[in-house]
Design a protein around this ligand. Structure first.
Ligand code: ZN
Ligand code: ZN
Length: 180
């Protein structure tokens, strides 16, 4: 859901209908009905929607919000990382409504980057992520091997060399095959 909300920042590139349909679905299933109703308002006011489509969005919204009030769950808030602001914000917001600071997103969870605890950045693509070292071995964006927490520089170098060697031998194998 957090990742779908990020899409709203790309209205100039992506189709608004795709963006808000996906947000409406994700927020509905995550039971964030406040965000869900905001997505429906966007869908009902799309320039490209026909009168019939608008009517259908309205009907669907009615059937949802007469059963579920358009409210988000009460969850923990975090202070805006702008020291002068510190307005409490939710961890699905991508921007502070008070000071308008924009937050980078974690590329694993979609959460805004609000603290440096467990924060990693990929050595290759520089994208940031909250990573506790459990399951994920490679960067989700560029597939560079991620360093495990506590990995020493020497261990890191050895593992990187092993990864490069493994890659080299498999591509060499492919090349041989092509020249057969
Ligand atoms: Zn702020
Ligand atoms: Zn990366």
């Amino acid at each position: 859901m957090r990742t779908s909300l990020r899409l709203a920042e790309y209205e100039d590139i992506l189709d608004a209908r795709d963006i808000y349909s996906l947000i409406a679905l994700a927020t509905f299933h995550a039971k964030y009905m406040g965000e869900c109703s905001r997505a429906f308002i966007k869908l009902e006011s799309l320039d490209t929607a026909t009168a019939e489509e608008r009517e259908n969005y309205k009907k669907l919204a009615m059937s949802i919000f007469t059963r579920f009030p358009p409210e988000d769950p009460q969850v923990r808030k975090y202070p805006c990382p702008n020291d002068k602001c510190q307005t409490p914000i939710f961890d699905w917001q991508t921007r502070c409504f008070e000071c308008n600071a924009a937050y980078n997103g974690c590329i694993i969870t979609g959460r805004p980057i609000l603290s440096r605890d467990k924060l990693h950045h990929c050595r290759t693509c520089k994208h940031r992520m909250y990573h506790n070292g459990s399951k994920l071995r490679n960067c989700p964006m560029c597939h560079t091997r991620l360093r495990a927490p506590g990995e020493t520089a020497a261990q890191s170098k050895r593992l990187d060399q092993a990864a490069v060697a493994a890659q080299g031998s498999s591509s060499a194998g492919r090349d041989d095959h092509e020249f057969d």
